[in-house]
Design a protein around this ligand. Structure first.
Ligand code: AMP
Length: 198
C-alpha cells in the first residue's frame, strides 16, 4: 500500500484543523499539527512549552529550526510511515526547505497540498466566534490580525513553490463542513490518492 503525504494550508479560521482531521481519518494517516504540539506543551508546562509560550501568545512564529526539528522527530515515528497530514507546517519558505531536505533524505515527497481559500473578512469573523467559544489566548483582535498578516506575507508564498511543482489543490473554503470535505476528497481522488477508511 503506498503512503499518502499531505499538507493542508489556509489562513487561521479557514477550518483547516477540522478538515485536516477528516481527511486524515479517511486516509488512515496521522495529523501532524505544530500548533497542537505547541499548545499541548504550553498546557503541560514542559521545557518546550515554556520556551514557546510567549511567542505563541503573541501570534509570532516559533523559530524555524526548533519547529522543523519537532516535525522531523514526529515524522520519524512508525505511525507516519504510511503517510501523514501536515497542518500548520511548513509556514514559510525556510521551513519548506527544511521539509524538502528531510523528505528527500528518505526518498519521499508530498503528494498534494490542499489550499483552503477563505477571504480575510470571513477568517476574522470565524476567529472572533472561536475566541468567544474556546477562549484561546491567541484569538484576540490584535493577535488575529497579526497572524493573518503573517499568513499573507510568509505562508502564502509557499503555495507558489508548491504550485510550481503542480501539487496544489485550491479549495473554496466557503460552505458547509461536508461540502468542503467533499471538494477536498474530489481533488485528492483526481490525483489518484485512494482513501482507506470512512
Ligand atoms: P496554529 O494552531 O497552526 O495557528 O498555530 C498556533 C501558533 O503556534 C502560531 O501562531 C505560532 O505561534 C505557532 N506555530 C504553529 N506552527 C508553526 C510553524 N510551522 N512555525 C512557527 N510557529 C508555528
Amino acid at each position: 500500500m503506498s503512503a499518502t503525504r499531505l499538507l493542508i494550508v489556509g489562513p487561521q479560521g479557514s477550518g483547516k484543523g477540522t478538515q485536516g482531521v477528516r481527511i486524515a481519518e479517511a486516509y488512515g494517516i496521522p495529523v501532524v499539527s505544530t500548533g497542537d504540539v505547541f499548545r499541548a506543551n504550553i498546557k503541560d508546562g514542559t521545557e518546550l512549552g515554556q520556551r514557546v509560550q510567549q511567542i505563541v501568545e503573541q501570534g509570532r512564529l516559533v523559530p524555524d529550526e526548533l519547529t522543523s526539528e519537532i516535525v522531523r522527530d514526529r515524522l520519524a515515528q512508525p505511525d507516519a510511515a504510511a503517510g501523514f497530514l501536515l497542518d500548520g507546517y511548513p509556514r514559510n519558505l525556510g521551513q519548506v526547505g527544511h521539509l524538502d531536505d528531510f523528505l528527500a533524505s528518505r526518498d519521499e515527497s508530498l503528494d498534494a497540498v490542499i489550499e483552503l481559500r477563505v477571504p480575510r473578512a470571513e477568517s476574522i469573523a470565524r476567529l472572533g466566534l472561536r475566541a468567544a467559544q474556546e477562549g484561546r489566548s491567541d484569538d484576540t483582535d490584535d493577535v488575529i490580525a497579526h497572524r493573518l498578516d503573517i499568513y499573507e506575507n510568509e505562508t502564502a508564498p509557499i503555495l507558489d513553490v508548491y504550485g510550481e511543482r503542480g501539487i496544489v489543490d485550491g479549495i473554496d473554503g466557503i460552505g458547509t463542513l461536508d461540502e468542503i470535505t467533499d471538494r477536498i476528497f474530489a481533488a485528492l481522488e483526481a490525483r489518484g490518492l485512494v482513501r482507506r477508511g470512512g
